[in-house]
Write a protein that binds this ligand. Structure first.
Ligand code: FAD
Length: 567
């Protein structure tokens, strides 16, 4: 299938919806003008469409494999990775002093999404490196930064993150990997990690693992965990890959999708590592990486959804069946509904991603606590809604194809199989929602209410030009305000948790209405206004059911005993 990166869509969103001008107005990002943004998006789009998209199918049909302990990646992936690295796309938002472009994360988010739309399984490799770059930038010693950052940013070396163990999935604090000091400033790391994305490859000189492990005096739980940088090859005196470290890929997982990305079981047998951050401060350091990765995974959802949408639309414009105005299925009302829902939801999810990235950039540029709180609040929404949207859109894409959607040749099913994991890794979407209603509301809901204020302010402004749409968004936002007040008042966290997922979805629905309304105001009489009307009239009302569910408390969820559930 031909993939076209949504460059024009991003240009519109950055200009009219995501408030990119505020980022470009800061001293920190003054060089990242609208012209620079256009040039970057266009250039990245060419690489995505021309180099990465043709690899999507190869990765699915010829998965990465382990041959006598050596990992072989899918055909063409080495060249694809080279193009990503040479384009500088790994280090778009990385610091210039280490070879990065120093551009806003907002721009990196757009490029990452386009790469994900082109070939999700390959894009996961640079995404992992980006998270590692950020964690090292904020928490590693100067010596580690000087040695590792330039190599990771140039793509000569790649990065991974190692949290999960068989008994420690969502419950990271249950991990049992250990580290002991070697007495020379290094540590010996021992343990087994599972599900490690891109745990090895055959196109980088070195693979650098960030590994969570417990020091002998580390207390049980997350407070006793430390973070270590453990490279596949130990750097020699000149910083080049030297002796092989005591670690290996034991096996690769056989997965539902994302076949081009090797998901590895890793064994560390006293492997030499370097502490990143403070002893027992591993979770704080890892959170830097996870937050970056959560936004990135939200973008994976949107990107895969975009690919699925393009494929479904192309099919619907060709397939003839029954009597429709033009003869093709795209002119049947129900197929139109599906295509419109896909397009409208992708717009909403993409706008939320950009709002989150904008908040992070503004926090970086200004140090303002309000932006930091907004970034923290929007991160779980961007991750969960972005990935849920990608999954829903890809699933609808299969439906648009009818029986051919179930047949692998079309590629429609691959989008669905590949994107499904994005709701699971980087913290399941259930865990994201719990984070939203608990930790992210410890401020009494201040960040949530600040957003609600903004939504209502814009709706007030829109009344003159778009009275009906403005009223619908304003009313939905009032319901959201009431539900947020209810949630914040619940002392028993179980009552919040039982409705966390519907609450997150409702918040995203209302935010979607807000951003669609902004688009309608920027494009009066145009296609974006029409799409906004469809979303606000037909999809936004879903928030009411979701909010009722969100405020129902825990009792009903536990109404059946475990025996009754099985009965
Ligand atoms: C393809 C793939 C790639 C991955 N890549 C990486 C990687 O690179 N590095 C890495 O470290 N890990 C990676 N993972 C692991 C991934 O992050 C975990 O699978 C995920 O965090 C969930 O953990 P789990 O599988 O143990 O599920 P569990 O934690 O067992 O969860 C099962 C279910 O219970 C729910 N649940 C669990 N605890 C709670 C709770 N306290 N409250 C409410 N609900 C709860 C979950 O939401 C989920 O629905 C990857 C996984 C896959 C499948």
């Amino acid at each position: 299938m031909t993939f076209r990166s949504p460059v024009a869509e991003y240009e519109f969103l950055l200009k009219h919806v995501a408030g990119y001008d505020r980022i470009a107005a800061t001293d920190r990002f003054a060089d990242a003008t609208a012209d620079v943004v256009s040039a970057i998006l266009t250039e990245a789009g060419k690489m995505c469409d021309g180099v990465m998209a043709p690899l999507q199918r190869d990765g699915d049909l010829t998965p990465a494999r382990l041959e006598n302990g050596v990992l072989r990646t899918s055909p063409g992936f080495a060249d694809g990775y080279k193009a990503i690295a040479e384009g500088g796309w790994i280090g778009i938002s990385a610091p210039e002093e280490y070879g990065g472009m120093g551009l806003p994360l907002t721009l990196a988010t757009a490029v990452n999404e386009m790469m994900a739309g082109a070939c999700l399984s390959l894009q996961l490799a640079p995404l992992m490196s980006q998270g590692q770059i950020e964690a090292l930038e904020h928490h590693a010693s100067d010596a580690l930064k000087e040695l590792y950052l330039p190599k990771l940013i140039s793509g000569e070396w790649s990065g991974t993150m190692n949290l999960t163990e068989p008994q420690a999935g969502s419950d990271v604090g249950a991990l049992s990997s250990k580290a002991v000091a070697n007495g020379d400033g290094t540590y010996a790391v021992t343990g087994q990690k599972i599900f490690i994305s891109w745990g090895d490859n055959d196109f980088c000189e070195n693979v650098c693992h960030l590994v969570l492990a417990r020091l002998p005096d580390g207390v049980p739980g997350t407070k006793g965990i430390s973070l270590f940088l453990v490279p596949k090859y130990l750097p020699d005196a000149d910083g080049n890959p030297g002796k092989a470290n005591d670690l290996k890929v034991v096996s690769l997982e056989h997965k539902m999708g994302l076949h081009g990305s090797p998901t590895c079981v890793m064994q560390y047998d006293g492997a030499t590592g370097w502490l990143v951050g403070k002893e027992h401060g591993g979770m704080a350091a890892m959170f830097t990486m996870m937050n970056n990765a959560r936004l990135g995974v939200g973008g994976q959802g949107v990107g895969a959804g975009e690919g699925a949408y393009q494929q479904a639309l192309a099919y619907a414009l060709e397939r003839k069946q029954g009597k429709s105005a033009s003869g093709v299925i795209a002119d049947h009302a129900d197929v139109r509904r599906m295509l419109m829902e896909m397009k409208a939801d992708l717009f909403a999810a993409r706008a939320i991603l950009l709002a989150c990235a904008q908040a992070i950039d503004m926090q970086t540029a200004t140090g303002d606590a309000g932006w930091a709180a907004r970034a923290a609040f929007l991160t779980p929404i961007a991750k969960a809604f972005g990935t849920d949207t990608g999954i829903r859109v890809a699933e609808t894409g299969v439906q648009v194809h009818g029986g051919m959607g179930f047949i692998e040749e079309t590629g429609a099913a691959q989008f669905y199989r590949d994107v499904r994991v994005t709701a699971i890794y980087e913290g399941t979407n259930g865990i994201q929602a719990m984070d939203l209603v608990a930790r992210k509301m410890m401020d009494g809901g201040e960040a949530a209410f600040a957003l609600i204020e903004e939504i209502e302010e814009q709706a007030e402004r829109a009344r003159a030009s778009h009275p009906n749409m403005a009223e619908a968004v304003w009313q939905a936002c009032e319901s959201l305000r009431e539900a947020t007040e209810w949630l914040v008042a619940q002392q028993d966290l179980q009552d919040r948790f039982a409705g966390a997922v519907p609450f997150l979805k409702a918040f995203a629905r209302v935010l979607g209405g807000h951003y669609h309304l902004a688009a309608a105001m920027a494009d009066p009489g145009g296609a974006r206004e029409k799409l906004a009307r469809f979303y606000i009239n037909r999809m936004l009302p879903e928030h009411a059911g979701l909010l009722a569910h969100a405020q129902a408390g825990a009792e009903g969820a536990f109404a059946l005993s475990l025996d009754e559930l099985a009965g």
